[in-house]
Unconditional design. Structure first.
Length: 275
C-alpha cells in the first residue's frame, strides 16, 4: 500500500483487472481504517511573519496503521479520491479539526484551522449543507475554519465563483493552496472570493529559478487583489528574512515546525503563541 512514485508507476503498468482489484482492496482497507479510528490529524503551525505569532495551523491527515505505522497522505489520498472514500474521510477530518480547534480556542482564541478540500466535495452541492451541520455539531465559530482549495478546482471559473460564494456566506475563509503550480488564469483571480494565497514551496525553494522575479511578484499580486499571502515550505532563516523583506504576511514550514501531533501542537502554542 505504501506507494512511492516508483511503485505508483509500476501500478499503472499492471493489467487493468489487477489494478481494479487493488483499488477495491484499498477502498475496503480505508473504510475499515475509518471504522477503527486509525486516522489521525497532525497540525502544522502558520506564523505571522512580522509578529512571530501563531495565527493558525493546517490539519494534515496520517493513517496510523496497526502494522505499518504512520502512513503519509500521498500513499492513500489519491485512491481515496478515485474510490469516493475521500468523502467520509474528509468529513472525519473536518469534524476532528473543528473539535480539536474548539478546545484550543479556550486558551488561544485567535487560532484558525485549515483543512484541505478535494475536487469531489468542492463540486458537490450537498457539501455546503454538510459543512453547516459540522460547524453546528462541533460549535466552532465559522471564521475559525479555513478551507484550502487548489487552482485545479477553479478552472471552470463561473462555477467556482458560485460555489465559493456559497461557502463564504457560511462565514468560513478560503485559501488558494499550492499557488503558482496550477493552471488558473490570472485574470480571473480577482473574481474569486478568496482570502489568502498559499505560495507553493517550489517558489520559496527557488525550484523554478528566477526567485527574485517570481516570489516578490506573487506577494505583490496577492496584496494588489486584497488577499493575505502565506509562503509554504519555509525551511531556512534566509528564506524567512527574504520573505519578511518582501512583506509576505505568513509562513509555514520546517523552519518553524513540522506537522505536529495534537499534544505537540499544544506545547508549541504554549511556547510560541504570545512571542
Ligand atoms: P499540501 O496541502 O501541500 O501540504 C503540505 C505538505 O508539505 C505536507 O505534507 C507537509 O508535511 C509538507 N511540508 C510542510 N512544511 C514543509 C517544508 O518546510 N519542507 C518540505 N519539503 N515539506 C513541507 P503531507 O502532510 O505529507 O501532505 C501531503 C499532501 O496530502 C498535502 O499537500 C495535501 O494535498 C494532501 N492532504 C493531507 N491531508 C489531507 C486531508 O486531510 N485531506 C485531503 N483531501 N488531502 C490531504
Ligand atoms: Ca494544503
Ligand atoms: Ca500546499
Ligand atoms: Ca500539495
Amino acid at each position: 500500500l505504501r506507494q512511492n512514485a516508483a511503485s505508483q508507476f509500476l501500478f499503472f503498468e499492471k493489467p487493468m483487472t489487477r489494478e481494479i482489484q487493488e483499488k477495491i482492496a484499498t477502498e475496503q482497507e480505508l473504510r475499515r481504517a475509518l471504522e477503527r479510528e486509525e486516522f489521525v490529524l497532525y497540525y502544522q503551525p502558520q506564523i505571522q511573519l512580522d509578529t512571530g505569532m501563531v495565527t493558525g495551523m493546517e490539519a494534515l491527515i496520517r493513517w496510523n496503521h496497526p502494522e505499518k505505522g504512520l502512513i503519509s497522505p500521498y500513499a492513500f489520498i489519491s485512491v481515496a479520491e478515485q474510490t469516493g472514500m475521500i468523502i467520509p474521510i474528509n468529513e472525519w477530518v473536518i469534524r476532528m479539526a473543528c473539535q480539536q480547534t474548539k478546545q484550543l480556542l479556550k486558551d488561544f482564541p485567535n487560532l484558525s484551522v485549515s483543512v484541505n478540500l478535494s475536487p469531489y466535495e468542492f463540486e458537490n452541492r450537498r457539501f455546503v449543507h454538510k459543512l453547516v451541520k459540522l460547524l453546528e455539531e462541533t460549535g466552532i465559530p465559522p471564521h475559525h475554519l479555513d478551507l484550502e482549495i487548489t487552482e485545479r478546482m477553479t478552472m471552470d471559473t463561473e462555477k467556482a465563483i458560485a460555489i465559493l460564494k456559497r461557502l463564504k456566506s457560511i462565514g468560513v475563509t478560503i485559501s488558494m493552496d499550492d499557488f503558482g503550480t496550477g493552471y488558473s488564469s490570472l485574470s480571473y483571480l480577482t473574481a474569486l472570493p478568496i482570502d489568502r494565497l498559499k505560495i507553493d514551496r517550489s517558489f520559496v525553494r527557488n525550484i523554478h529559478g528566477k526567485k527574485e522575479a517570481i516570489l516578490p511578484a506573487i506577494i505583490r499580486l496577492g496584496h494588489n487583489i486584497g488577499v493575505k499571502v502565506l509562503a509554504e515550505g519555509v525551511e531556512t532563516e534566509e528564506e524567512v528574512a527574504y520573505l519578511k523583506d518582501k512583506h509576505c504576511d505568513e509562513a509555514q514550514g520546517y523552519y518553524f515546525a513540522p506537522p505536529l501531533s495534537y499534544e505537540e501542537l499544544i506545547v508549541f502554542l504554549c511556547e510560541h503563541h504570545y512571542k
